[in-house]
Design a protein around this ligand. Structure first.
Ligand SMILES: C[S@@+](CC[C@H](N)C(=O)[O-])C[C@H]1O[C@@H](n2cnc3c(N)ncnc32)[C@H](O)[C@@H]1O
Length: 293
């Protein structure tokens, strides 16, 4: 069953720390189900402007009248790593990046993101481009698969899983989320309540969608597009992404940009216990907001 809802995380914290100018110009780089965008629009004044970006075409198709009838809003189907090209010569007051995928995408078996239900092993955010997870997993070398599982998933059984994938696909290609999930379960010693395929599925999704490169590029682009004093808010869901954001704000591991940022109030914020109890998927969220100096 497709769960059509995605509950936006840390909304109050985002609004309080990001939206500081009533009639300012803001970008939501990850429109998803529009939860953050809608709240930003509510906080903006009549002269304010919000442009949202979304890589998944299907998320841009069924917009509610809250968006279609609001002249202050525009939605662009693109990758957020193109931010610099889309907003060349503009000065933006605030940018939000809410990383990962939405519950709507995760809960749709046809997208192949989840081991919780069976479906085609796709995992592409933009379904019009690139290799599906099945195409990649049935053609990559053992070493490539092992590296993805280890580097992006910190999966201790990466070597064993990669070996089993290569042995299995010689007889039968791996086509579905169940094929992959069953194979991983047979390789991983279950240590906790976490599903044994959690790390591997996340790693493969990140690889298929170039999520680390996309993040590095959007941070760099945001540093050019923001006005001085403009704010960048990033919500990440695991330590590798958060480390990239933290080091970027510290001026480390940059591609080119020399723009300086300073934290706005705390270095990072976590969801409240109350939010975690009503929206358990928020539990690993970490929000960093910094100001362009
Ligand atoms: C966690 S969800 C955002 C949810 C959203 N904040 C809300 O309130 O509904 C992340 C969204 O970012 C999109 N996305 C992921 N990578 C992207 C990229 N490189 N460029 C643009 N959108 C991207 C995903 O398709 C997904 O819809």
């Amino acid at each position: 069953m497709i769960n059509a809802t995605h509950e936006a995380v840390m909304v109050d914290e985002v609004l309080e720390n990001l939206v500081f100018k009533q009639n300012g110009k803001y970008i939501d780089c990850t429109f998803g189900a529009g939860g953050h965008s809608l709240e930003i629009l509510k906080k903006l004044g009549e002269e304010g402007k919000l442009v949202s970006i979304e890589k998944d075409k299907s998320a841009t198709l069924k917009l509610s009248s809250d968006f279609t009838e609001d002249d202050r809003f525009e939605l662009i189907h693109d990758s957020f790593s193109n931010l610099h090209n889309i907003f060349a010569n503009e000065e933006i007051d605030g940018i939000l990046i809410d990383l990962g995928i939405s519950s709507t995408q995760l809960d749709d078996p046809n997208r192949g993101f989840s081991f919780q239900s069976n479906g085609p092993l796709d995992m592409r955010i933009d379904t019009s481009k690139g290799l599906t997870a099945a195409e990649w997993i049935n053609s990559a070398t053992k070493k490539e698969i092992e590296d993805v599982l280890w580097i992006l998933g910190q999966e201790r059984a990466s070597r064993k899983i990669a070996g089993k994938i290569c042995d299995t696909r010689e007889k039968n290609p791996i086509k579905s989320t169940k094929d992959l999930s069953d194979l991983i379960i047979s390789c991983v010693f279950k240590r906790s309540k976490k599903h044994p395929a959690t790390n591997s599925f996340r790693a493969i999704r990140m690889h298929i969608n170039d999520e680390i490169e996309e993040l590095q590029k959007v941070l760099e682009a945001a540093s050019y597009v923001l006005c001085c004093g403009g704010r960048l808010a990033v919500i990440s869901f695991h330590s590798m992404e958060d480390r990239i954001v933290k080091r970027f704000f510290q001026g480390k591991d940059r591609l080119n940009s020399k723009v300086e940022f300073k934290y706005f109030k705390e270095k990072f914020l976590k969801p409240t216990m109350n939010e975690i109890s009503t929206n358990p998927r928020s539990r690993s969220a970490i929000l960093r907001v910094a100001e362009k100096v």
